[in-house]
Write a protein that binds this ligand. Structure first.
Ligand SMILES: [Zn+2]
Length: 127
């Protein structure tokens, strides 16, 4: 086991290019995305500071990125105002700029309009 762990012990990143630690040996102040999440935190746009490496019997060589806890941000709670803003943004993306109908799907950026407008005719309403 000791030899196994040593293989992934590379705090300077000399071997792997990124500071690397064996599974369960992450230094203080670094957490995986899942560990941050459990604390109500998220990486917040920072690049991984280091990585964990371990050999999984089932899935082979595994890597998990480690983020600095002091640079992590709190997960923003979903407030009613934020929920409304998100819903409005999604509605805008579903609304065709030509016929102004909420199509129930996101309008294709490539077409620029809903499918009936892009096709040049309106389908008979079935809903
Ligand atoms: Zn349309």
């Amino acid at each position: 086991m000791a030899r196994f762990r040593k293989r992934f012990w590379d705090p300077t990143g000399a071997r792997y290019g990124t500071p690397t630690y064996p599974w369960r040996c992450a230094p203080e102040g670094l957490m995986t995305r899942r560990q941050l999440r459990a604390e109500g935190l998220r990486p917040g746009g920072q690049d991984p500071a280091a990585q964990l490496m371990w050999q999984s019997r089932a899935r082979g060589l595994r890597v998990a990125y480690l983020y600095r806890v002091d640079r992590a941000r709190t997960v923003r709670p979903m407030t009613p105002g934020r929920h409304r803003a998100l819903a409005a943004a999604m509605r805008a993306r579903r609304t065709c700029p030509d016929c102004l109908i909420d199509r129930g799907y996101v309008i294709s950026v490539r077409l620029g309009t809903c499918v009936p407008c892009a096709d040049g005719f309106e389908y008979s309403a079935t809903t």
